[in-house]
Design a protein around this ligand. Structure first.
Ligand SMILES: Cc1cc2nc3c(=O)[nH]c(=O)nc-3n(C[C@H](O)[C@H](O)[C@H](O)COP(=O)(O)OP(=O)(O)OC[C@H]3O[C@@H](n4cnc5c(N)ncnc54)[C@H](O)[C@@H]3O)c2cc1C
Length: 380
């Protein structure tokens, strides 16, 4: 492997930080640029003025079966809180265990019918009706998905909801992965440590980078932002905007508040505008009694539509790509074809790949793209 002398990485989210660190370790001088004034991308967290550790862009829990990714992160994480995520769902005004398990069904007085159903080619409504029946679907999925995606379950492919599978047991854990946790010091500190290398320089709060930001570059340029922004859809080409479902995050600090009955409450009822309520303090899982804050900071998430120029998008964050939208899929493929014409360009991450990645998948993607660069191979 021959490391390039220098490289540029656009985006200091978990994907960009991973790539920068691997290249720097191999001897490449890496310039990391981000238009935000902080590192971490969507994984960013901080301690708020009330002493609560808060996630800036909604609750993030690390979970994976990819132990190679855990080994990589262990170099920078310090210690993990071996936190297992728990969720309750509020439906028809009552709280239930979620994902659906025997306790949920017992509380609702309904049998737990969790059938084996292949989601391939099915819409989410058909899949869930076959999988758990119309009652549980209506309680836990219909309203929530309508608020989250802005369309009924019939218009969403089954794989979107199949990620959270109902169970025939009483295990309350949200994820079942081999490794689950949250960095004790927070994700931002972990990523700062990743960028802490003599070969890495960091430029935060830069102007958004696009295809014309550099006259000509022979060094590899890794781009982890949205490809429509890179190719500057408004002026340079006419491919069009990539759709994302946006989220508005609202933080509320309440002195003397009691803990929520679970870290997150999924709000399934249509007449509740937000989709999720999070008790930030529980995420970092300080053992009971060790530190109880005087106040708790809660996060409320509300999902909004993504039409360009829609005033309701102000103050919101592009969170979820909508890769099943045929138009968006085609536009992304067209941008990828443009990207392939630039021999120095590598794209990676949830925005550039236009895919929902969990953090472990984003790190794995970063490790793979960094290896490509070190092998001097182009991205196909
Ligand atoms: C609400 C929510 C909750 C989530 N919860 C979890 C969870 O519990 N567990 C889990 O594993 N995953 C979770 N995820 C997924 C996780 O956030 C992603 O896997 C991760 O953030 C992907 O990192 P990234 O670096 O690819 O992208 P990002 O984090 O978006 O980073 C991209 C960076 O690039 C910068 N940038 C973009 N364009 C430009 C430009 N043109 N010029 C300069 N800078 C630019 C941005 O400012 C940003 O800092 C969640 C996602 C969301 C939306």
């Amino acid at each position: 492997m021959t490391a390039p002398d220098s490289a540029i990485v656009v985006g200091a989210g978990i994907t960009g930080c991973t790539i920068a660190r691997v290249l720097a370790h191999a001897g490449t001088k890496v310039e990391v640029l981000d238009c935000r004034d902080q590192i971490g991308g969507l994984c960013a967290d901080h301690t708020d003025p009330h002493g609560n550790m808060v996630q800036d862009y909604g609750p993030h829990f690390f979970h994976t079966n990819d132990l190679g990714v855990v080994d990589f992160l262990n170099q920078f994480c310090g210690a993990w809180s071996l936190y297992h995520h728990r969720v309750k769902a509020r439906a028809a005004g009552q709280l239930y265990q979620f994902p659906v398990n025997d306790d949920t069904c017992c509380a609702l007085g309904t049998p737990n019918v969790s059938n084996e159903v292949d989601p391939t080619g099915l819409d989410a409504q058909t899949y869930l009706d076959q999988k758990i029946g119309p009652l549980l679907t209506a309680y836990f999925f219909s309203g929530y998905s309508q608020k989250q995606w802005g369309v009924p379950l019939r218009e969403i492919p089954a794989w979107v909801v199949a990620r959270v599978n109902p169970r025939r047991d009483r295990n309350p854990d949200y994820f079942l992965d081999t490794f689950q946790g949250v960095p004790k010091a927070g994700f931002s500190i972990m990523l700062l440590e990743m960028l802490n290398h003599d070969n890495i320089s960091l430029d935060l709060g830069c102007k958004p980078i696009h295809v014309r930001s550099f006259d000509r570059t022979d060094r590899p340029l890794v781009y982890t932002g949205s490809l429509d922004h890179f190719f500057d859809y408004s002026t340079q080409c006419r491919i069009g905007t990539l759709l994302y479902r946006h989220t508005e995050f609202r933080f509320v600090n309440i002195p003397g508040a009691n803990p929520l009955p679970a870290t997150c409450i999924n709000e399934c009822d249509l007449d509740t505008p937000h989709t999720r309520l999070t008790d930030n303090h529980q995420m970092y899982h300080r053992p009971a009694g060790s530190f109880e804050p005087d106040s708790r900071t809660f996060t409320l998430e509300r999902s909004v539509c993504t039409a360009p120029g829609n005033p309701s998008d102000e103050g919101t964050v592009a969170c979820y790509p909508i890769p099943w939208d045929e138009g968006a899929k085609e536009r992304h493929a067209a941008y990828l074809r443009l990207a392939q014409e630039l021999p120095y360009l590598y794209v990676a991450g949830r925005l550039a790949d236009y895919k929902y990645y969990n953090m472990d998948q984003a790190v794995r993607r970063g490790l793979d793209v960094a290896s490509l660069i070190l092998r001097g191979e182009r991205q196909c």
